[in-house]
Design a binder for this molecule. Structure first.
Ligand code: 1DF
Ligand code: MN
Length: 356
């Protein structure tokens, strides 16, 4: 294979010098989608869920129908799709927003728990292809902490995914601390996956069609990570690793300005919440943040993040089934990186940070 070959066959097995481990891969359960539909129809869904799941769960379009079908499969269909695009292993999580919008906390717990049980069973059936992340119901942090421990100790999961805000609340509130305590105790990474912005934020995004994966996901999730960094989450939990997709939700590109203005804000004591931290924001990105290229199969962005964060902190993700594109895998195979860095990107960084 030459460096610029972009029509090569995609095979699993590592003959190109690395396995491909995809780190932001989604599945759904029927009961989860049924609750989304119920909420959209009875008017209890927020505006973001009405936009996102009103579309995927009801649209007769080819995109929506295929995505629902693929989300619900944790067996042969998914493995065939992985084989066809050369994906050796998928790190799987309950699709966004998980159970986080459910107003009935017991229903949220029941559906998260049964999704975790199902995922564990499917991972055990395909141990060399599937790896799981625990789904939680942050509206009950203590229950979530116990589920994180069950995921790590009993179910064999390797991380925890939270789909950004929970009914408009952000993880920097002390209310959610039991979740960070459990992550710290189990040594597991937290993947903050996007969800649609809460009603307080979505207005001018939604009316322009910018609320979802095109842009609203990224700005809301990037803000969530910044809320955590600026409250000092990594001073409190120095070993915590937080992963974000979509090339860091644009934050690597912003690091210079973030640090300049953060420091100016601290010096002038403009905001009570904005306290001095042990490190700069850019330094936390080099010690506690990991990014994946989900949805952003774009060499310049990948190389930039490698440059500012380190080559050990940028990982491959496909975002199946939302971005199931063989040509993107080929384009990434053809990136002008040394064989060692390409292996880090596709394989060994994921092995290291998920402790596979
Ligand atoms: C979409 C994209 C939906 C991503 C997702 O989960 C998702 C989409 C509901 O295109 O609507 O995970 N994504 O991560 O880019
Ligand atoms: Mn995703």
């Amino acid at each position: 294979m030459t460096q610029h070959d972009t029509d090569h066959a995609l095979k699993t097995g590592g003959e190109q010098g690395y396995l491909r481990i995809a780190t932001e891969e989604a599945f759904a359960t029927r009961e989860q989608i049924d609750v989304y539909l119920r909420m959209v129809r009875d008017g209890t869904a927020d505006r973001g869920m009405t936009s996102l799941w009103g579309f995927y769960a009801q649209s007769p379009s080819e995109r929506a129908m295929q995505i629902i079908e693929r989300l619900l499969d944790l067996g042969e269909r998914r493995i065939a799709d992985m084989d066809a695009t050369g994906i050796d292993k998928a790190i799987l999580a309950l699709t966004s927003p998980g159970v986080q919008p459910f107003s009935d906390t017991h229903e949220a717990q029941r559906i998260a728990r049964s999704a975790n049980d199902l995922l564990a069973e499917r991972c055990a059936a395909h141990p060399d292809r599937f790896i799981g992340m625990t789904a939680v119901a942050p509206q009950d942090p203590q229950w979530s902490a116990e589920e994180i421990r069950r995921g790590a100790h009993d179910l064999g999961f390797k991380g925890v995914q939270i789909n950004s805000h929970t009914q408009g609340r952000y993880l920097d509130e002390p209310f959610f601390d039991p979740i960070f305590r459990a992550l710290s105790d189990t040594g597991q990474p937290l993947y903050i996956h996007p969800g649609t912005p809460p009603d307080a934020m979505i207005g001018p995004l939604l009316d322009a069609g910018l609320d979802g994966a095109i842009y609203g996901f990224g700005v809301e999730t990037g803000m969530h990570l910044l809320r955590l960094i600026t409250i000092g989450i990594f001073d409190r939990y120095p070993d915590l690793q937080i992963m974000v997709g979509h090339m860091g939700e644009a934050l690597p590109y912003w690091l210079y300005r973030l640090d300049y203005m953060h420091q100016a804000g601290i010096r002038s004591a403009r905001y009570e919440r904005m306290k001095p931290l042990k490190k700069t924001i850019a330094d936390y990105f080099r010690s506690n943040v990991l990014v994946t290229c989900s949805g952003m199969a774009w060499e310049p962005a990948i190389r930039f993040a490698q440059q500012v964060m380190g080559e050990d902190r940028v990982m491959y993700a496909m975002d199946y089934p939302y971005q199931y594109e063989a040509h993107e895998v080929r384009a990434l195979d053809a990136m002008e990186l040394t064989p060692e860095v390409k292996r880090q990107f596709f394989q060994t960084n994921a092995e290291r940070w998920f402790k596979l």
